[in-house]
Design a protein around this ligand. Structure first.
Ligand SMILES: [Zn+2]
Length: 203
């Protein structure tokens, strides 16, 4: 199922690349920066790098919907927002493949069913382990929760540092970027939105 029609990330039209070919590409980059890929300390580096890459980008193999399929309806009529704060994020920007490090806050207002709390963090994880822009990451998380859980509203905030900005380019070390995406009651009813913002800004 396509979650986000604006994104080409859910269509898997890539051709398979062997480990060997990927390692060779890393070896070429090691040479490109002026190093000797056959030097003792670098011999196993291509292998280690592609293993790390498989972890950084494992989100392409995972389906975020699966984490939201198990829900609970026995919550004694709980109908206020559920907020999960400070979910750590390690992603990579699609422009430089540089790390994006930060936190996400995710909230929803259940209609009749709730989901296990760790599952919201799982959805964040799946989309962050892909090449991203922070804006797209924010909307993908929100839209997926809205589409699968059908709650009364969803709010997602991401506060992150982009290493392509902090350690290269303009080199602004303490710059962080905040993005928000609101759906349903969080968008239409400012009292919900304001309470959410107050909760996430409270230490
Ligand atoms: Zn970047």
């Amino acid at each position: 199922m396509k979650l986000d029609k604006d994104s080409d990330q859910t269509t898997n039209k890539k051709e398979h690349v062997s480990d060997e070919k990927a390692e060779q590409a890393i070896k070429t980059i090691i040479q490109y920066i002026g190093e000797d890929p056959n030097r003792e300390g670098l011999k196993s580096t291509p292998k280690r790098v592609i293993k790390a890459f498989r972890e950084y980008f494992k989100g392409y193999q995972l389906d975020p919907n699966q984490y939201l399929s198990k829900t609970f309806s026995d919550v004694e009529g709980y109908d206020d927002m559920v907020i999960e704060k400070n979910i750590s994020i390690q992603s990579h920007c699609e422009h430089h493949m540089a790390p994006i490090i930060g936190v996400a806050h995710v909230a929803y207002i259940p209609s009749d069913k709730v989901v296990g709390l760790s599952k919201l963090a799982r959805v964040v994880e799946v989309f962050s382990k892909r090449l991203q822009t922070q804006e797209r990451l924010t909307t993908q998380i929100a839209k997926t929760i809205m589409e699968v859980l059908n709650p009364r509203g969803v709010a997602v905030t991401i506060d992150a540092e982009h290493q392509c900005m902090t350690s290269r380019g303009v080199k602004k070390e303490n710059t962080s970027t905040i993005t928000n995406y609101f759906l349903g009651a969080f968008k239409d009813d400012l009292s919900f939105q304001n309470r959410y913002l107050r909760y996430i800004n409270k230490d």
